[in-house]
Design a protein around this ligand. Structure first.
Ligand SMILES: [Zn+2]
Length: 419
């Protein structure tokens, strides 16, 4: 069986929308028309072909060779070549998936059901395919990086984002999925077996490298995290100039846990008061840091008088620990305030991790599978609110997708032959 994780030569496949199979067939006999059709489609996308490093791409393209996909009923696939650098591009018509016998309409249903949270096994049953074929299909899309696909959709690299790790299990081992989210879009979904700063730096570093390759001057201005030490350390290493903020909603939810041995009504009242404090701080247009510091001090004193000195001291220590992260959120109006959207992304991915448990083995290509799931999350038009109904996450964030068909978009955007 072919190992889909390994690539022996550069993938220069491109998926071209020939509208329907009936238009494709006559073009096979007409080299000139075929090439014109391919180039017109690439132009309409605004993409460029990935020539060899030494080539400017200004040369001519010619039809180079063709082969027949027997298992797909004898469909002819053409390759085209750059006459300058000799790079060869394989032209996949839209009704064929790379290296796969599965028809796109079958893949579409199975992937949609997977995205919806149905187990790979059941998705396979309704589509009459094997669960392994579906797993490999997701992995195949996952070989193209999220940064490459999202920038092809004209999304700017995120100056502010949310970062956090999802805790999961691989068989009995604990594993972590370092995640970067901006609005409705996943920019990174990594996989580590340790929760150390070194492991997280390596994972978040993959995003950083991919981003600086796209845009060497890329700078992160602010990141919202939940305050976990390894996360903070790794992001400080990778983005030393970024402001690191702590989620204000987390803060609110953590406060009751700091208050022990008091009636729950009092705990509720204190939480409500803390909510008002943070809310007012956010409302202020020109918040000075010492104003918040002063309010936090007063609040800790108030806790000491109403709920006892032990609770007061605990809350004061906690404020001391976290307040820099809250200042960071309040100082910059563009900083994200809560990590709600990241939690939602994690919840959506969680169902699939459970679904993939049969494949979730140490030798599997978890990274490719997770990236594939993240592409589905970004590109399937699942938005429910009226304002964004029928749009995918990429569009909600202001990006553009090549066509109105999400699966075709996935095929085109994950093509290896585009630059
Ligand atoms: Zn070339």
């Amino acid at each position: 069986m072919r190992n889909t994780a390994r690539q022996t030569r550069e993938n220069r496949t491109i998926t071209i929308d020939f509208q329907n199979e009936a238009t494709y067939m006559p073009l096979l006999g007409d080299g000139k028309a075929f090439l014109e059709c391919v180039l017109a489609f690439v132009m309409s996308l605004g993409f460029q072909l990935k020539h060899k490093a030494t080539c400017g791409g200004g040369g001519c393209l010619t039809r180079h060779s063709h082969y027949v996909r027997v298992r797909l009923g004898g469909v002819t696939i053409w390759r085209i070549q750059c006459t300058t650098c000799r790079a060869v591009f394989t032209i996949l018509p839209h009704f064929i998936l790379r290296y796969r016998q599965m028809r796109p309409e079958v893949a579409r249903d199975a992937l949609l059901a997977t995205h919806g949270g149905l187990s790979l096994e059941l998705c396979a049953v309704i589509s009459h395919i094997s669960p392994m074929a579906l797993y490999r299909l997701v992995c195949a899309f996952g070989h193209q990086s999220l940064v490459a696909v999202l920038t092809r959709c004209d999304l700017p690299l995120p100056p502010y984002f949310l970062a956090d790790e999802k805790h999961s299990r691989c068989l009995t081992e604990k594993v972590y999925l370092p995640t970067i989210v901006r609005g409705r879009v996943l920019w990174h979904l990594g996989y580590t077996t340790e929760a150390s700063a070194v492991a997280f730096t390596q994972s978040y570093g993959e995003f950083q490298r991919a981003a600086s390759q796209q845009e060497p001057t890329y700078q992160v201005k602010g990141v919202l995290i939940d305050g976990f030490d390894s996360t903070a350390k790794s992001l400080r290493t990778l983005f030393p100039r970024a402001r690191l903020g702590n989620c204000l909603r987390h803060a609110l939810n953590k406060l009751p846990g700091k208050l022990t041995a008091i009636p729950s009504a009092m705990r509720k009242t204190l939480r409500a008061q803390f909510h008002t404090l943070l809310y007012r701080a956010r409302q202020r247009k020109s918040l000075r840091v010492f104003a918040l510091g002063q309010r936090l001090r007063h609040f800790a004193d108030y806790v000491a008088t109403t709920a006892g000195t032990a609770n007061g001291a605990r809350v004061r220590r906690w404020f001391q620990d976290k307040k820099a992260g809250w200042y960071a959120v309040l100082e910059d109006p563009q900083m994200p305030v809560t990590s709600t959207l990241l939690d939602q992304a994690h919840n959506a991915i969680e169902r699939k991790l459970f679904a993939m448990k049969g494949f979730h083995h140490p030798d599997g290509s978890q990274q490719a599978f997770l990236t594939g799931l993240a592409h589905l999350y970004n590109l399937i038009p699942y938005q429910r609110r009226a304002k964004h109904a029928g749009l995918c996450g990429v569009e909600v964030e202001g990006g553009t997708v090549p066509t109105r068909d999400w699966l075709l978009n996935l095929q085109i955007l994950t093509s290896g032959g585009f630059r």
